[in-house]
Design a protein around this ligand. Structure first.
Ligand code: BDR
Ligand code: CA
Length: 311
């Protein structure tokens, strides 16, 4: 199984991404989860990450709290999408598993130094603050990272928090800039593809019909999440952004994209956090990312439903 660290700001869709990873031990070994401020403040994302581990029956997964704010800008949160707790929808018990004492950034650094070089993949599902901090604090770890598979950015689909920016990149564009310039091979799940992972009514019914605690909770999460997206984008259900990252690790054949250069806008207030992807190769900038543009959404939901039904 591929070793991963999930860096996350749960978030209903983050929760589903974590549940998919924890339900897939043949393909994925979650060595730890680091929480970051994003959808809601850090205290809540660190709490929600533990709620999700306990829902999955995995209180043994180490959960660390990382950075409570972006590198250079005030924190922007998204309660308007995710609700006050970040995980509105299901009623889930308070976590009893402990939060680790180690800071999330130090956990990332220590894990990359302890594990064999090229054996740990980073999976950021929120703003890139913790990842960038780790790279700046310990530049020696950059060469040891097997890859970064992240949810963030948008190109043809444009933005969801400003007209040109996707939320995760917008919240901490300086951090995103550091990660995209790190030289690491990055796989990007932008809004262009995640808006194809829509939980239609039939797909939500399939989660509910699993009859398991996980299936039930996921149905309730996507019910809540959907209120916003259906109203705002007129879409046929909620986009499951972050689970595209963990699905990619299990079934990369469900996705297709292009290797392109991606640069992050960090100075213009108008287009702050825009992911400028050289889709047509009109510059000589070196490709630094596989920018995913399309997916087999039926295949994705079949995979998700099968895995979530395991518990
Ligand atoms: C991203 O922002 C968050 O609201 C979601 O969890 C996802 O990671 C989508 O833009
Ligand atoms: Ca997220």
């Amino acid at each position: 199984a591929r070793k991963i660290i999930i860096d996350t700001d749960p978030g209903q869709d983050d929760a589903v991404a974590i549940l998919l990873a924890l339900a897939s031990p043949e393909e994925i070994e979650v060595v730890g989860i680091t929480a970051v401020a994003g959808n809601v403040p850090l205290a809540l994302t660190a709490r929600n990450a533990r709620i999700v581990c306990e829902l999955a029956g995995r209180p043994d997964v180490p959960v660390c709290a990382g950075c409570d704010r972006p590198l250079g800008r005030p924190l922007v949160t998204a309660e308007h999408v995710h609700g006050q707790t970040g995980l509105n929808g299901p009623i889930l018990p308070d976590p009893t598993m402990p939060l680790q004492h180690e800071h999330g950034v130090d956990f990332i650094i220590r894990t990359l130094r302890e594990q064999a070089p090229g054996s740990v993949t980073l999976c950021p599902l929120g703003p890139l603050t913790n990842i960038a901090m780790a790279f700046v604090k310990a530049p020696d770890i950059v060469d040891r990272v097997a890859g970064v598979v992240l949810m963030g950015g948008a190109y043809f689909q444009v933005g969801n928090i400003t007209p040109t920016a996707e939320f995760n990149i917008y919240v901490d564009p300086q951090a995103a800039d550091i990660v995209f310039k790190s030289g690491i091979d990055i796989t990007v799940m932008p809004l262009d593809v995640t808006h194809k992972a829509l939980v239609t009514k039939a797909r939500n019914d399939a989660f509910r019909a699993l009859g398991t605690p996980v299936g039930m909770a996921v149905a309730q999460m996507t019910d809540f999440f959907e209120r916003f997206d259906r109203k705002k984008y007129g879409s046929d259900g909620a986009p499951l952004h972050d689970p595209c990252v963990t699905a990619w690790l299990i079934r990369p054949d469900l996705f297709s994209g292009r290797r392109v250069n991606v640069e992050i806008e960090t100075t213009s207030e108008l287009t702050m956090g825009m992911t400028v992807a050289d889709w047509w190769g009109v510059t000589d900038r070196v490709p630094n990312a596989l920018f995913i543009g399309d997916m087999d959404s039926d295949g994705f939901f079949d995979l998700l439903t099968e895995r979530l039904g395991r518990r």
